[in-house]
Design a protein around this ligand. Sequence first.
Ligand code: MLT
Length: 396
Amino acid sequence: MLKINKNYLQLNESYLFSTIARKIKAFTDEHPDKRVIRMGIGDVTRPLCGAVIDSLHDGVSEMASADTFRGYGPEQGYDFLRGAVQGYYASFGVNLDMNEIFISDGAKSDIGNILDIFDVDNTVLIPDPVYPVYVDTNMMAGRKILFMNANADNNFLPLPDESVKADIIYICSPNNPTGAVYDYDGLKKWVDYANDCGAVILFDAAYEAFVAEDRLPRSIYEIEGARRCAIELCSLSKTAGFTGTRCGYTVVPSQLVFDGVALNKLWLRRQTTKFNGVPYIVQKGAAAVFSPEGLVQVRENIDYYRRNAAVMTAAFDEMGVWYTGGKNSPYIWFKCPSDMKSWDFFDLLLNEQQVVGTPGAGFGRNGEGFFRLTAFGKYEDTVEAMERIKKLFATL
Ligand code: MLT
């Protein structure tokens, strides 16, 4: 008789954002006349920029001609895109070898896939609250998970606890869900700790493009010693609006050697077996993100979202509400009013003001009593949503 992977039975029945989508649908089915403003899932609203669109069109035209048509591509990605990513890192002082860069269809997939190269018998250290994919993918494999406490006292930026030993450590900075960002000192502590324990850091840099202050690192490789302990996963979803187009990259430095084996070699072996690469057309579009013209255009879109974030933080400042994020991040993480629980506030905000956010409790136990809003909406909607939220807070 077939046996299923029973680890799946330990998961929450539904993925957080699927649960939220279901709740929104139930509300809109019942109230078709009400206009719901969505600030829940971190999905972008600005269209792809002109440089990317032109490059996608070029890719399509190439596929239409026998001379330029492409079939299977290199599993690690085309050199033109890996070279573009390499140039991007060099622009902020991080030198990578092209063979250390693997093109992916987004950070979420590789966050799960990368676990293939690690034994189940490793202890994982994950911040709480956290992007649920880190926890769920490890639960699916049956790995032992320890949580590090992120809370208002440490501004949701926990530092290593020397008495805890782990093998795989997750760090996301700028953080999803809290929008908090580690400075150089904070990340250095994690790098030193990982090198001391012989652990690997899985560094999620999906929100790096939102870092606006020079005092904050955008890549873990800006920290000395990180090439010996860290894999970096990044995505063009938030940087360049690729949530629906799908492209990202994973960096596995050649110095990462564990059990006498280079992780880069293992990951290459995994990818060549289980992955046939990102579509050529998508990689063409992605390469344009890093062109001089593309960089200016994606920056304009990020500035648009930053303006939204400024509207949101101004409203919370005005109301005197405690929050993190919004400054170097598209997420604002705030304390629910009147000590409400996250899901109660979610329902109240949806029912009373038709604004959707993400309940902090959906990101872990420490998220209870907090709430996340994204700045990825349309500007006019963001302004209106904040007016609605102010109105609701005034009644509580
Ligand atoms: C989020 O809302 O947390 C993100 O959009 C999810 C993701 O990037 O997969």
